[in-house]
Ligand binder design. Structure first.
Ligand SMILES: [Zn+2]
Ligand SMILES: [Zn+2]
Length: 144
């Protein structure tokens, strides 16, 4: 299948399903951000561990963390259910921290930098139609 790296405007695409490498859901319906279920991971920083909730809208860098974070901190992210690391080999092109990945249905991925304050991210979508259905629904189309 063709792999497409897409640039999308912030706040337009909502990540409705995301999984750890072993297939656990990372969406937590009990925690809402922008009114939608948040993406939840376990983070570790300097020996401390807690949950972090991420805004499910792609490109919106809002988070809620049980552990106080400062700009420049690089967090390690894990699946909150099975503990598998979400970190991947790829390094951030802006700050060289190892990126983390969220698996999307249909073989897509969101990769993002775990350094607080670094806004590097990319969305790799394999099944373009399914992922973008919602995006196009929300767009205001020009009237003919
Ligand atoms: Zn898992
Ligand atoms: Zn970075």
């Amino acid at each position: 299948m063709e792999e497409i790296v897409v640039k999308v405007p912030p706040g337009k695409v909502r990540i409705k399903e995301a999984f750890c490498p072993r297939g656990c859901s990372l969406i937590d319906p009990r925690v809402k951000m922008s009114g939608q279920p948040a993406i939840t991971a376990r983070l570790r920083l300097l020996g401390e561990s807690g949950l972090i909730h991420l805004n499910p809208y792609y490109g919106v860098f809002e988070y809620r963390s049980e552990i106080p974070l400062e700009n420049g901190d690089v967090v390690d992210l894990f699946c909150p259910h099975c503990g598998t690391p979400l970190t991947v080999e790829q390094q951030c092109g802006m700050c060289h921290a190892h990126m983390f990945a969220l698996q999307l249905p249909g073989g897509g991925e969101v990769r993002a930098c775990p350094r607080i304050g670094c806004h590097n991210h990319q969305l790799t979508i394999v099944d373009l139609d399914a992922q973008f259905a919602e995006y196009y629904e929300e767009e205001t189309r020009p009237k003919m």
